[in-house]
Design a protein. Structure first.
Length: 573
């Protein structure tokens, strides 16, 4: 009898494979462990920390080599945790006080994880999983245990939580899918799975118990459905879906080097959103990205315990610009605050962090942190086509103040005889209603706009982008949004400037149709979304797109607009 379960589908796609349960519980092995003297146990702890640090170092190197930047970044964070003197000291201390080595390590990791769990911020709470992951890794070395047994056949990894390192280190072709008892779209296991387009369902809760090791199962990452021991009929149904999926992938691969051009020759630039310079090679090589439309530079700041210095930033931006191979690389200046805190900036606790001290507001006050970034971007511009983009702008004076800083930075660099570029474009994110309304005036002061719909939708509709209770209201087709988007594109075009979009709306193929008709120049999105948008644009004419735009601009309901566009511009049809 097949068992049907339902979780939350977070990464689309269907997978059929055997389950591999990743038991995270090491209790049995810890109990059977034979401890030595107190000195021996303390020495074993230290050696195990060193061994895991070496393994992680090697992991980071090989992931970087494969161009898997996001995974490398996470493993780098684990390496830093494995070298954390507090964690290590606490574990050694416990061993010196009589705990067996694995018990000492696990208890020390639990203590650090509890500290993270008590933090207010979701991002830091989720880091508790990472510390426990590192602790278990070290304990496994002490217990002589290997990682999960994964053979040649692809499997579906199932666990309460899964150590991100496991997903990062198993070759992608051996993981058909992932199911988690817990998890969310922002947990690191999911972030890694997303970069590798692995179908994933999270939030199964206690239903996870129904999945036994080795059982055959089907997961549907689009709907969140899971079938354990599926019937022949179900298997047949889902095998057809997989065949369709494969066909689509083949079609997408063929599109890689073709332009995102309509049947009547109108082209839109499709670029990538990245969070580290290491992501660019894969975006260009695997998905055909034409440059970078949004480099979220704040991740560079979040990786370190202090602000990265000018030289560190310069190296990252230079590499990014070079890897864009003549296409534009838009570096967004750090967008800290909101859901992206930075402990070393000591941002006071705020009631409404999304309306608080964030992004450009921080940069204009903390010039000591911002000036090195401005200088680093100007210097990177020497190595290709670079642009600087300011987040969260609400008034002209913010742009004017940055322009003054840019001039000051150029004077300094010239005096210091350090090469910099005079051709770095300056643009703003249009992600506040204030900026969108003022675009006809702001267009005269910048080289380009990039519409950040993730925030523009939340601020315009007063709908918190992180709150699932109101997510039904979060619709980029709401007429208010379409009107602001159109106003922004019109303002740019009327002033001879270009306008792009880097919010999630850009990755919606149905939205791409009307955005193109409005006259958008560039759409920037996470690289795996590029082929779908390209396929849509290549299948329509500008005339069709303009007719659709005319029609939706006369419609009055956002939900009806969504339905109309999805019905008329469906990829699967
Ligand atoms: C946006 O707001 O649309 C955007 C792209 O920026 P972020 O998601 O980083 O806030
Ligand atoms: Mg934003």
């Amino acid at each position: 009898m097949s068992i049907k379960l339902r979780g939350k589908g977070v990464i689309a796609g269907v997978a059929i494979a055997k389950a591999v349960r990743l038991e995270q519980n090491l209790d049995k092995h810890v109990a059977a462990y034979i401890a030595g003297s107190v000195e021996e146990e303390a020495k074993r702890v230290a050696e195990a920390f060193d061994a895991v640090t070496d393994i992680l170092e090697e992991n980071v190197r090989s992931l970087k080599e494969k161009g898997l930047g996001e995974q490398a970044g996470i493993m780098e964070a684990h390496r830093i945790m494995a070298q954390d003197p507090m964690l290590r000291g606490n574990a050694i201390n416990r061993a010196e006080n009589g705990d067996s080595a694995p018990r000492a390590v696990l208890a020390a990791a639990d203590e650090s994880a509890a500290m993270f769990e008590n933090m207010e911020d979701a991002y830091f709470r989720e880091r508790a999983v990472d510390v426990r992951d590192v602790g278990k890794r070290i304990a496994r070395v002490l217990l002589g245990l290997k990682g999960p047994e994964i053979g040649e056949e692809p499997v579906i990894l199932c666990g309460e939580e899964i150590e991100p390192s496991i997903i990062a280190n198993v070759p992608a072709e051996q993981i058909a899918g992932v199911t988690l008892g817990q998890g969310s779209t922002t947990c690191h296991a999911v972030i890694i799975a997303k970069a590798r387009a692995i179908p994933t369902v999270v939030g199964l809760g206690s239903d996870l118990q129904n999945i036994t090791d080795g059982a055959q199962m089907v997961i549907n990452g689009s709907t969140g459905e899971i079938f354990v021991k599926p019937t022949e009929d179900l298997l047949k149904h889902f095998r057809i879906k997989i065949a369709e999926q494969e066909k689509l992938k083949e079609q997408y691969a063929k599109l890689r080097s073709l332009p995102a051009q309509t049947t009547d020759g109108h082209e839109v630039i499709l670029a990538a959103n990245i969070s580290t310079h290491l992501d660019i090679s894969s975006a260009v090589k695997d998905f055909g990205a034409r440059g970078v439309g949004l480099f979220r530079s704040e991740f560079l700041f979040m990786e370190h315990n202090e602000a990265p210095d000018e030289e560190t930033q310069f190296k990252a931006y230079k590499e990014a610009v070079e890897k864009c191979k003549g296409e534009l690389c838009v570096i967004r200046t750090m967008d800290i605050g909101g859901d992206k805190p930075l402990p070393y900036l000591n941002i006071p606790k705020e009631e409404n962090p999304f309306l608080g001290w964030r992004a450009i507001r921080i940069c204009l006050v903390r010039r000591d942190v911002f000036m090195p970034q401005v200088r680093a971007i100007l210097r990177a511009g020497v190595y290709g086509r670079a642009a600087m983009m300011l987040p969260m702008v609400i008034q002209l004076s913010e742009i004017e103040m940055v322009k003054e800083m840019i001039e000051e930075a150029k004077t300094q660099l010239a005096r210091e005889d350090i090469p910099y570029s005079e051709n770095v474009q300056l643009g703003i994110m249009v992600e506040t209603p204030a900026a969108a309304v003022m675009t006809p005036m702001l267009a005269k002061h910048v080289d380009f706009f990039s519409i950040g719909t993730n925030d523009l939708v939340q601020y315009t509709l007063a709908v918190d982008r992180m709150n699932t209770n109101v997510s039904y209201l979060y619709n980029h087709f709401n007429p208010a949004i379409l009107s602001l988007v159109k106003r922004t594109i019109d303002a740019a075009n009327a002033n001879g400037k270009w306008c792009g979009m880097c919010g999630e709306m850009a990755s919606d193929p149905a939205a791409a149709v009307i955005l193109m008709a409005m006259g958008i120049t560039e759409l920037s999105m996470s690289a795996p979304s590029i082929p779908r948008v390209k396929k849509m644009l290549r299948s329509i004419s500008m005339k069709q797109a303009k007719e659709a735009l005319d029609h939706v601009m006369r419609m009055e309901h956002g939900t009806a607009i969504r339905e109309y566009l999805q019905k008329n511009f469906s990829l699967e049809a």
